[in-house]
Design a protein around this ligand. Structure first.
Ligand code: AGP
Length: 611
């Protein structure tokens, strides 16, 4: 996915857009560009690489004056990350400039059509099809807004478009379908952006554009039309985000900042939802009758969010006695799941904009399920289209590798487990109260683990040269292994896999050679001995064992382990919240020692708004 910005006002547009693009780099950073519309017509500057490369070629805006502009930072989908494929794209005819986030799925057919109409193409991108299609209709009648509406009707897939027309040098035109686009209302100026994060330093009055709406943004105001070009009213909402939360705050990377923020983030997630020792989910008013009749829970998400689901599955079944299944969103949407009106689909997503998860939610609705989403970004598509939403209130998570979103999503699943268990009589009030008390103690126990981060840094210095690292665990520890392995591979680029410990001997053990590191995640007391015997099978074939366990079980893992990481004891339901911390820090320090970029890993993006 990509980041889009636009500015119309009395100030120089490019410096403001560059600031916004820096805030959106987490959405993609393989190339960047800006276009301005002024006396000299449309002028574009763009380059492969980070936004900084663009800043250098436009000398922070000094070389590109103008008060109306659009900008883009890219995560390549169609066409390699090159200067030619960077956005903005100018139409063949030179009247239109476009920046785009999303995928135009019928771009090949449209490109063929446009070539037959005499259009020439200079890039491999689907975006160039969009800009030429708009030019095609503009050539017919000279009305830019109407041309955008006509082109939008022919494009299939997802798009958020920022558009300049040379003959209308005082406005930006914007439209979207499935990809996010936000309007910012300033004082004598107005903005567009993919995400509020790019706007809050300029304005806190924002409104989300809905699918198929078209905005005409000028310095004096914003006019919004529906797809039939009938004017509609948009009511701005006030954003009270703490801007500093989106800044690094003195830390070397967003990742370590967000790891250290987790105890506080957890307090913000849990405290408002506990009253008198009981869970109160007032912000998701799920009818008791519905809760009592839930026959099955599907937990759906991508990457880290799906691994929260992998842990939650065990808890829903063990404590709420509800059949639960975790399915990756990209698989769920095409798997024809067995669903009826008593099926609850829980969609988990930090961004709330992940295309696969949104599609899974819509498929669940189509099949008759009710959908509850666990989301961090307020007002995101998932939050707006679900039947119920529980926000994690983790604050902006900027690092591509998710940490505090994982922990706060996990905490919300605990609250749901307890709420369902109590409503369905699967746990007594006293049993629930015991877990609630432990849940309220979690932040201080998390802090103890985090305070010991230098011990993890030392272990990273021992193992950071490994090229293959396996994570193994059983039951809820297997779910934790999945997340530990993903954290490590996505920021250190070490090949890492997670296996159910009992599975090692059924094939993966063949991969173990002298020196292979096996991280044995053994916090779930009931299965520790089983996991450690699997670790010993690997050790006897040359593997080095790093165990993660609880303080009370440290002696039981010591014999089979080269090193042991311990976390405080807690209720079984809550174990992943403590066990994940050393795994996050291990990944961070290993990546640091390997000189990796950490916050922006190669090939990845923070929110993946393409299939
Ligand atoms: C996690 O570290 C990754 N960045 C990635 O797996 C992420 O969790 C996944 O893309 C889902 O994103 P979402 O939570 O915004 O839906």
């Amino acid at each position: 996915m990509c980041g889009i910005v636009g500015y119309v006002g009395t100030d120089e547009a490019v410096p403001i857009m560059l600031d916004g693009l820096r805030k959106l780099e987490y959405r993609g950073y393989d190339s960047a560009g800006v276009a301005v519309c002024g006396g000299g017509g449309l002028t574009v500057a763009k380059a492969a690489g980070y936004v900084q490369a663009l800043c250098d070629i436009v000398e922070d805006g000094r070389r590109l004056p103008g008060h109306v502009g659009i900008g883009h930072t890219r995560w390549a989908t169609h066409g390699r990350p090159t200067d030619e494929n960077a956005h903005p794209h100018i139409s063949d005819g030179g009247k239109i400039a476009v920046v785009h986030n999303g995928i135009i799925e019928n771009y090949a057919k449209l490109r063929e059509y446009l070539v037959s109409k005499g259009f020439a193409f200079n890039s491999e991108t689907d975006t160039e099809v969009a800009v030429n299609l708009i030019q095609h209709y503009y050539n017919k009648h000279g009305d830019a807004v109407r041309a955008v509406a006509q082109a939008a009707r022919r494009m299939e897939g997802s798009y958020a478009l920022g558009i300049l027309c040379e003959d209308r040098p005082d406005v930006i035109i914007a439209t979207r379908k499935e990809s996010p686009l936000v309007l910012g209302f300033g004082d004598g100026c107005n903005h567009i952006a993919s995400d509020v994060a790019a706007l809050v330093t300029h304005t806190r009055e924002v409104a989300r554009l809905e699918d198929d709406e078209i905005a005409v943004v000028s310095a004096a105001g914003v006019t919004v039309y529906n797809c039939d070009l009938e004017e509609i009213v948009k009511t701005p909402e006030h954003v009270d985000w703490d801007v500093s939360a989106a800044e690094k705050g003195g830390y070397e990377h967003f990742m370590i900042k967000e790891i250290l923020e987790q105890p506080d983030a957890l307090r913000k997630t849990v405290s408002p939802r506990i009253s008198g020792g009981r869970v109160t989910l007032g912000d998701a008013d799920i009818p008791d009758e519905y809760v009592k009749n839930i026959s099955k829970i599907y937990i759906v998400g991508c990457g880290t969010a799906s691994y929260v689901g992998a842990a939650a599955k065990y808890n829903f079944e063990k404590y709420a006695k509800i059949p639960a299944e975790t399915v990756m969103a990209s698989e769920f949407r095409y798997s024809e799941p067995i669903i009826d009106g008593t099926t609850l689909v829980i969609c988990i997503s930090q961004s709330g904009e992940t295309t696969d998860t949104i599609a899974a939610m819509r498929e669940a609705h189509r099949l008759g399920a009710r959908v509850l989403s666990i989301v961090n970004v307020v007002g995101s598509v998932l939050a707006r289209e679900s039947d119920w939403v529980l926000y994690t209130w983790a604050g902006p998570e900027i690092c591509v590798a998710s940490t505090k979103a994982y922990s706060t999503q996990l905490a919300v699943t605990y609250l749901l487990t307890l709420h369902f268990a109590q409503k369905r009589g699967a746990m007594s009030g006293a049993q629930c109260a015991e877990v609630v008390t432990e849940l309220q103690r979690l932040p201080e126990k998390m802090q103890l683990v985090i305070d010991d981060k230098h011990a993890i840094q030392y272990l990273a210095s021992i193992y950071f040269n490994n090229e293959d690292i396996f994570f193994i665990g059983r039951n809820i520890d297997y779910a934790l292994s999945l997340e530990g392995s993903l954290k490590l591979k996505e920021i250190s680029y070490i090949h890492s896999e997670a296996y159910a410990a009992g599975e090692l001997k059924h094939g993966p053990l063949a991969l173990v050679v002298d020196g292979t590191l096996v991280v044995a995640v053994a916090t779930y007391e009931k299965l520790i001995d089983k996991t450690m015997s699997n670790a010993s099978e690997a050790h006897s074939r040359g593997a080095r064992i790093l165990a993660v366990t609880t303080q009370s079980c440290a002696a039981r893992v010591a014999e089979a382990s080269e090193n042991v990481i311990t976390v405080p004891d807690t209720h079984d339901m809550l174990l992943p919240s403590l066990g994940v911390l050393p795994l996050q820090m291990f990944a961070y320090y290993v990546a640091l020692l390997r000189g990796c970029p950490i916050d922006k890993p190669r090939n990845l993006a923070k929110a993946v708004t393409v299939e």
